[in-house]
Design a protein around this ligand. Structure first.
Ligand code: PMP
Length: 420
């Protein structure tokens, strides 16, 4: 179907005002004006089932979160250089959701800044500059972090101090040992080039690598390997954090590890920009003795009040449990659908984060994947694709997703697959 004239005009204004580096979702972009729960509404009032937005994790425009945000904005909205309760109440509550070794948290506005800070701290603490990441990782937008975000592609050169390892392959007999062996090889290569390893950083659900959650525990040997080489382990929880995997608050917990640092963001403020870095006190001793840290908006009172309200909703509405049960139902439904549709390959999932390989004769098919994403958009269901080959349907709805929402999704997907 053709793009409406009104959308054409918005696209032209975007190009004129925002410039050439922005990308829209979908061949026929969606013009959204409102969100509520798992629903997004376009300018014509049409409802779309949001099966993709992990930022609005407790549901779009959740009234409890909106009220907390507005309430704090009306009272005190300044930063962390004054004594103020809100940020401390939140920090203590957030840390209580983590293993006790992670006893500090520092606040930023974005996940990128959290990873950038983690990098500075790792360098100061270890004296190492080498960074190890997975080969299609994304960790953020700052100049330093983009240098270790290979999923940005040809536009950004990886740093000379960066080594990549392939994402764990669940088909291997021992994915943990294989992953650790690659990390060891990367460490040796850094040494060969005169560099000390500073950190291994992984998104603990490997979202841009194609969603690799299982087997639980596979990260353990790699974490041991980086530590044995004097480097730190940074868990990037921007994607799996705040209950998405349905197995507790944090993705790293599925692996039975306690990271040296944990970066977080996206769902933390349900749309308000708030992010952070939790860490073991011993890793910041060196940095803290020399550097000063102040982030004007990071941890401001409105951010802290909003983020606290998000924790309220996760607890009060039992969203971790919901992610677990609705996620399991979702996976089962996709598996049933796969029986009738050979284009559905491997399905990987943890809670409400699901990756579905789309294949043609068993081979990754990015073109078909793109077609399914766009056909679903035409059927008013929003998802996207991921993975180095672009052939993984990325399904990641708000955690308030219900069984009937899954049924609707599966019904629409079935319609799309039948019409292919
Ligand atoms: N890490 C991961 C795993 C991410 O997915 C993202 C954002 N897509 C970031 C870091 C960066 O977060 P932000 O966009 O808030 O800077």
């Amino acid at each position: 179907a053709a793009i409406e004239p009104e959308s054409e005009s918005l696209i032209a204004r975007r190009q004129a005002a925002l410039g050439p580096a922005y990308r829209l979702f979908y061949e026929k972009p969606v013009h959204l004006v409102r969100g509520e729960g798992v629903w997004l509404f376009d300018a014509a009032g049409e409802a779309y089932l949001d099966t993709y937005n992990n930022v609005a994790s407790v549901g779009h425009c959740h009234p409890h979160v909106v009220q907390a945000m507005a309430g704090q904005a009306a009272v005190f909205a300044s930063h962390t250089r004054y004594l103020h309760d809100t940020v401390l109440d939140y920090a203590e509550r957030l840390l209580a959701s983590m293993p006790r070794e992670l006893a500090h948290v520092m606040f930023t506005c974005t996940g990128s800044e959290a990873n950038d800070l983690a990098l500075r701290i790792a360098r100061a603490q270890t004296g190492g500059t080498g960074i190890i990441v997975t080969e299609n990782a994304y960790h953020g937008v700052t100049a330093a972090v983009a240098e270790f975000s290979p999923s940005l592609g040809r536009g950004v050169a990886l740093g000379a101090h960066v080594r990549t390892v392939s994402a764990p392959d669940p088909a291997q007999a021992d994915p943990g040992a294989a992953f650790a062996a690659q990390v060891v090889a990367a460490i040796e290569d850094l040494h060969r080039h005169g560099m000390k390893p500073g950190a291994l950083i992984v998104d603990t659900i490997f979202s841009s690598d194609g969603v690799f959650a299982d087997p639980e525990g596979f990260l353990k040997p790699a974490v041991a390997a980086i530590r044995a080489a004097g480097g730190l382990f940074i868990a990037d929880e921007v994607q799996p954090g705040f209950g998405r995997t349905g197995a507790g608050m944090w993705g790293f917990a599925r692996h039975g590890i306690v990271p040296d640092m944990v970066s977080m963001g996206k769902p933390m403020g349900n749309g308000y920009p708030v992010a952070g870095l939790a860490l073991r006190p011993e890793v910041i001793a060196e940095f803290g003795s020399k550097a000063r840290y102040f982030n004007t908006f990071g941890g401001n009172a409105v951010a802290a009040a909003t983020a606290a309200a998000v924790l309220d909703v996760i607890e009060n509405e039992g969203l971790i449990e919901n992610a677990r049960t609705v996620g399991a139902y979702f996976r089962d439904g996709l598996q049933s659908l796969a029986k009738d549709h050979a284009v559905i390959g491997d399905i990987r999932a943890a809670g409400l984060f699901l990756g579905v390989d789309i294949v043609d004769d068993g081979e990754p098919d990015a073109v078909l994947t793109g077609r399914i994403v766009n056909d679903l958009r035409a059927a008013k269901v929003l998802i996207s694709a991921t993975g180095p080959k672009g052939h993984v349907l990325k399904i990641r709805p708000p955690l308030v997703f219900q069984l009937e929402n899954v049924d609707l999704f599966l019904d629409r997907l079935q319609g799309v697959l039948r019409a292919l």
